[in-house]
Design a binder for this molecule. Structure first.
Ligand SMILES: CC(C)(COP(=O)(O)OP(=O)(O)OC[C@H]1O[C@@H](n2cnc3c(N)ncnc32)[C@H](O)[C@@H]1OP(=O)(O)O)[C@@H](O)C(=O)NCCC(=O)NCCS
Length: 174
């Protein structure tokens, strides 16, 4: 799964699976992400993942990065914790994010479409995650794509002296 993607403003990105060689670029990306938004679990000054941890995570998840030249612009990833469990193999968790410079360019939608294709190929019919209750962009994207708000994690995070709730979100396909 690799290819070009043209943003609404005409910039071209390359989308492809995340690989071991992306370690440094992904760490740089996480650092910038943590400075730009409170809506992921990256935070300013968070220690970089070890290379070992990064490589291990590649083996247990599906992920696509968007590259703008050498730089990571955004990524989508899933964790499929029970692929062999007869009762739970149909469900996975996901996360999606990008740098500010790429918001509202259609990339979030493209990432979700790729994830839905991957889920279908793997007979995954429930995709779940969490979203900060004040994240209008995230909630807008998820509702548009058939996710339902399934519950509230009250005071899930404490950021810059303020409590935030999170919603559990889930999307079921037949
Ligand atoms: C949330 C995020 C992934 C959306 O990606 P995006 O590429 O900007 O979204 P798209 O351009 O593909 O927009 C798709 C739809 O999402 C919704 N959406 C996107 N941004 C929105 C905003 N600021 N307010 C309301 N709805 C928004 C809209 O329904 C939009 O459809 P439309 O363009 O027809 O109105 C992106 O803003 C982001 O990475 N934010 C920071 C990290 C984050 O919050 N990640 C999610 C954590 S749960």
């Amino acid at each position: 799964m690799a290819g070009k993607f043209t943003l609404k403003d005409g910039r071209q990105l390359i989308l492809r699976p995340t690989e071991k060689k992306d370690y440094e670029a992904v760490q740089d990306y996480f650092e910038q992400l943590g400075r730009e938004t409170i809506f992921t679990y990256q935070y300013p000054g968070r220690p970089r993942q070890t290379r070992e941890h990064f490589e291990k995570s590649l083996g247990t998840s599906w992920g696509i990065i968007a590259l703008d030249g050498e730089k990571v612009a955004g990524l989508v990833a899933t964790r499929w914790p029970h692929p062999n469990h007869p009762w739970m193999k149909h469900e996975c968790e996901f996360c999606v994010h990008m740098l500010k410079d790429y918001y509202r360019q259609g990339l979030g939608q493209k990432f979700l479409n790729l994830m839905f294709d991957w889920a279908k190929e793997n007979k995954i019919s429930r995709i779940e995650g969490t979203v900060n209750a004040e994240n209008k962009a995230g909630i807008g994207l998820y509702i548009k794509n058939g996710f339902i708000l399934e519950g509230t994690r009250r005071r899930a995070t404490f950021i810059n002296n303020k409590w935030y709730d999170e919603y559990y979100i889930g999307r079921i396909t037949e």
